[in-house]
Design a protein around this ligand. Structure first.
Ligand code: FEO
Length: 388
């Protein structure tokens, strides 16, 4: 496993996780990468490590350039184990290395996980000369952990951005322009929706802090290195962090015997009749992380569930719990469902939508047993009147 040169004396030495399909519940259908970068200068510097099972791949790539024992500095941008769990192993291979981490949370987190290593905590405004290059440290707290930090090298105009601007995407091609742009933009949006959505304000603060920097590369912690489409991904982050939504609708439901499904179809067609593209997600057949990517930028959200044992379906409960945690912005929604008796689920769905921050713009739509043609027509009218 060889290092890949990304600039003079700078190498990608990370790992590709081709098989990863579930990242703590986030379905990663295209795998992922754990990116680490080696800078050969007077002080040999490693930016980040990888997930522990990939430590030999990391060491192998580093060894294709230099003896790992020669590393002087390891920058640990983020305590989450996908970037740091190989750190104790790498530190043992590089005994003289100083480990740079953010103060106070990076230091606390690494110490709690890995014990006392040769740490040096840095704060906003701190920098380190590694010879002909400087590393400037920029804390990005809650983007998406309290310890998160990015590193800028002004001589190279490279931002080492860790999770920010990344995507779960396994590829042997390191740069954005060597991959299909729409695919990586989709995966970047999916990453933002499922990891960063609750932290829009923090993302905007980070964009402001990075605003004046000249960048010729954004070397991320996951997926591709941006060099050709930097403006596009930065502008996308501006839009996403501000909660921008499009005139689209997402209809998410579960169904027991097909009646709530009939309602879902009628709702999708009603939106479409008003020129609003509507996505149809039977939750049994779609991953929540994919649904959330679409919900994230869609103005309308309709969620449906029949009633089971006085409750909503557990699948829909899980979806709404996930939605609530991600704290979506600027959505208009309503609940719907068919029921045999009782019908408590629809009110419970409405309560959870409201708790997730969705503005309820239509009274809950409840139908008993099999919806009649007239009832479905009335449902369609309710949707179309909503749009005006
Ligand atoms: Fe890629 Fe938050 O770790």
């Amino acid at each position: 496993m060889d290092a890949i040169k990304i600039s003079d004396n700078i190498y990608w030495v990370g790992a590709v996780d081709w098989s990863m399909r579930n990242f703590h519940g986030y379905e990663t259908g295209r795998g992922t990468t754990y990116n680490a970068y080696l800078i050969i200068d007077e002080k040999i510097t490693l930016i980040d490590t990888v997930k522990a099972p990939f430590k030999d791949e990391l060491i192998g790539r580093i060894s294709s350039v230099i003896d790992p024992s020669k590393i002087d500095v390891i920058v640990s941008s983020h305590v989450e184990p996908d970037h740091s769990s190989a750190l104790p192993f790498v530190a043992a291979q590089a005994p003289k290395a100083e480990i740079i981490t953010s103060a106070p949370n990076g230091l606390k987190g690494l110490t709690a996980r890995y014990g006392q290593l040769n740490y040096r905590a840095v704060k906003a405004g701190d920098s380190l000369s590694i010879g002909s290059r400087t590393l400037q440290f920029v804390p990005t707290p809650m983007l998406h952990w309290p310890d998160s930090m990015v590193t800028y090298c002004p001589e190279e105009k490279i931002l080492f951005s860790n999770d920010a601007f990344g995507e779960h995407y396994a590829t042997a091609r390191r740069f954005d322009d060597e991959n299909d742009l729409e695919t990586i933009m989709f995966e970047a949006k999916k990453y933002y929706a499922n990891i960063l959505m609750p932290f829009g304000k923090q993302a905007q603060a980070a964009l402001k802090a990075l605003g004046g920097l000249e960048m010729r590369m954004i070397a991320t912690g996951h997926g591709v290195i941006w060099r050709r489409n930097i403006d596009r991904i930065v502008e996308a982050y501006r839009q996403w962090s501000g909660g921008a939504v499009e005139d689209r609708a997402v209809v998410v439901f579960d169904s027991m015997w097909g009646s709530t499904e009939m309602m879902a179809k009628a709702i999708v067609e009603a939106f479409a009749s008003k020129g609003i593209a509507a996505a149809y997600y039977d939750i049994k057949h779609n991953a929540m992380s994919d649904i959330m990517t679409d919900v994230f930028t869609s103005k309308y959200l309709a969620v449906g569930s029949p009633t089971i044992n006085n409750q909503m379906m557990p699948t829909i409960a899980a979806f709404l719990c996930y939605l609530k945690g991600l704290r979506p912005l600027n959505h208009l929604g309503f609940a719907f469902g068919s029921y045999g008796w009782g019908g408590q689920s629809i009110g419970l769905v409405e309560d959870e939508l409201r708790a997730a921050g969705v503005e309820i713009v239509l009274e809950k739509q409840r139908l008993t047993n099999i919806p009649s043609a007239d009832q479905l027509a009335a449902l369609s009218t309710a949707i179309t009147s909503l749009i005006g």
